[in-house]
Ligand binder design. Structure first.
Ligand code: IDC
Length: 482
């Protein structure tokens, strides 16, 4: 895995590299496409609609021999349905007939590989779902026509089975792991293997936007070798509530910057004061409907619906989650969602409770994880005992931790931090450190003035916390692909 970690970010091995790897593995690949080539496809088409408009998300799975480009075709059942702005394909509509042609970067589809495209559309009378699709002219029935080519029929490799994605075509965390999902108590990658993501949280993006830009995120991806950026969008304290459209756009921009560098992005609805997330329920629904629709086709987005509930019961948090999660699912059905927990996301411990209240009354939703936060100088063995126990029962994600006290300041406690991170590593619990900023407080990774100076790779600019956390994060990942 250390080999993968060392690949330059953004570099793509491409199909030729993948084929070479198969040959090197002892398989015999037919160099030519014979007349009996196999073709076939499966298409999923889901929509989120409102009066007059809709978003369509389309999954295309190639069940036949590998293709280097593709055209998906379908006919709208209603003459009033129109394709508007689309992504990940070039769309053409003539009457009710639509074609979506692949782009340079997603035209290659190995046997069994899936790619996702989508568009925003409009409708007038009704908006029925198209029922038949073609890929390169062949009907997508979910089975294949023609004989499989010899390479496929003799291949024992799971990479060519229709249910397993092909090998990764790049070395970034996102390229290797693809769309994530929750499996048991773990976070799993596209190969259904448990993984741990390690990265950094922004400070409040209303205050420290100067620290998040292409240059700083190049450093986070390439120098820190981080897998993850958490985008802390405060709702109060001059945050989202003061300018919903502006903060939504800022978050989306950071999602794109992280994606371009092969990193995952947690969209953190950073509620803090007041502590009851229901205070922001309407804002949360509006915000998540928008970001989930906009980012539905992306594989790097994880939604964190409430940062640190406090002064509120678990039942109150659960009620909130069960109203916000369906809003996200309607637009982005396959993304992982993280739910904050009682007592500043302490699994209830800071309120004298424990994980038991969640185990006994979990959020009624699938593909979700629960947040746990710690500050190493404040939270020690009694918290670790609960996390060690809860890790066997609940999918946990440490979306925020500090090496310092819960104030965000004070002395670092690197001994406690190291004990914590070892526990998280052992249980493959993903984490993000507070903060990738130059705030004048000891939890910040950079010394004051770093962000205005604009260079992020000189280690003399790191604080004690930044030095320690960078060294932990930049060790090799372990992302199994088989
Ligand atoms: C802190 C910031 C600090 C800011 C304060 C109030 O570090 O600069 O003045 O918030 O907005 C949390 C919260 C996180 C806190 C952090 C440190 O999620 O917003 O940031 N902390 O106090 N939970 C525990 C600690």
């Amino acid at each position: 895995m250390s080999l993968l970690k060392r690949l330059p970010r953004g570099r793509t091995l491409g199909v030729a590299g993948a084929v070479g790897a198969l040959v090197a593995g002892g398989l015999i690949l037919a160099p030519m496409v014979s007349a009996s080539a196999s073709a076939g496809c499966r298409v999923t088409y889901t929509t989120n609609q409102w009066p007059g408009g809709f978003t369509a998300n389309i999954g295309i799975t190639n069940l036949g021999d590998p293709v280097s480009s593709w055209t998906l075709g379908w006919t709208f059942p209603d003459a009033g349905q129109k394709v508007g702005q689309g992504w990940s394909a070039t769309y053409t509509q003539s009457g009710s007939a639509v074609t979506a042609k692949s782009m340079d970067y997603n035209g290659s589809l190995a046997t069994g590989a899936t790619t996702s495209i989508g568009f925003n559309g409009t409708w007038t009378a009704s908006n029925p779902t198209p029922s038949s699709f073609t890929l390169n002219g062949v009907a997508c029935t979910g089975s294949t026509t023609g004989s499989p080519s010899p390479s496929k029929s003799t291949s024992p490799s799971p990479s060519t089975s229709p249910s397993t994605p092909p090998p990764p075509t790049g070395g970034t965390p996102l390229a290797i792991n693809g769309q994530l999902h929750v499996c048991g108590v773990n976070l799993c990658n596209q190969y259904n293997k448990a993984i741990q993501l390690r990265g950094m949280s922004t400070h409040g993006i209303q205050w420290f936007a100067s620290c998040i830009n292409g240059t700083s995120l190049d450093a986070l991806a390439n120098d820190w070798k981080a897998d993850l950026l958490r985008i802390a969008m405060y709702v109060q304290e001059q945050g989202y509530e003061t300018n919903p459209a502006g903060f939504t756009a800022q978050v989306n921009n950071y999602v794109d910057l992280a994606e371009a560098r092969g990193m995952y992005a947690i969209i953190d609805f950073h509620t803090l004061t007041p502590g009851d997330p229901n205070y922001n329920l309407d804002r949360a629904k509006t915000f998540f409907a928008s970001v989930a629709q906009r980012n539905a086709a992306k594989k790097n987005v994880i939604y964190e619906i409430a940062n640190e509930p406090n002064g509120v019961s678990w039942q109150g948090i659960k009620n909130y989650a069960e109203q916000v999660i369906p809003v996200i699912r309607a637009a982005d059905p396959d993304a992982v969602v993280i739910v904050g927990t009682r007592g500043w996301s302490s699994l209830g411990v800071s309120d004298g409770s424990s994980e038991t209240e969640i185990v006994n009354s979990p959020v009624n939703a699938t593909n979700i994880m629960y947040a746990f936060h710690f500050y190493a100088a404040s939270h020690k063995d009694n918290y670790r005992t609960v996390v060690a126990r809860a890790a066997k029962l609940l999918p946990l994600f440490v979306t925020e931790f500090g090496t310092v006290s819960a104030t965000g300041g004070g002395a670092t406690d690197l001994s406690s931090t190291s004990t914590w991170l070892d526990l998280l590593d052992q249980n493959k619990i993903s984490y993000a450190n507070w903060t990738y900023s130059d705030a004048n407080e000891s939890s910040a990774a950079f010394k004051p003035g770093t962000c205005s100076a604009g260079s992020y790779t000189n280690t003399s600019q790191l604080t004690e916390s930044g030095t320690y956390v960078r060294n932990r994060i930049r060790t090799a990942d372990n992302f199994p692909t088989s």
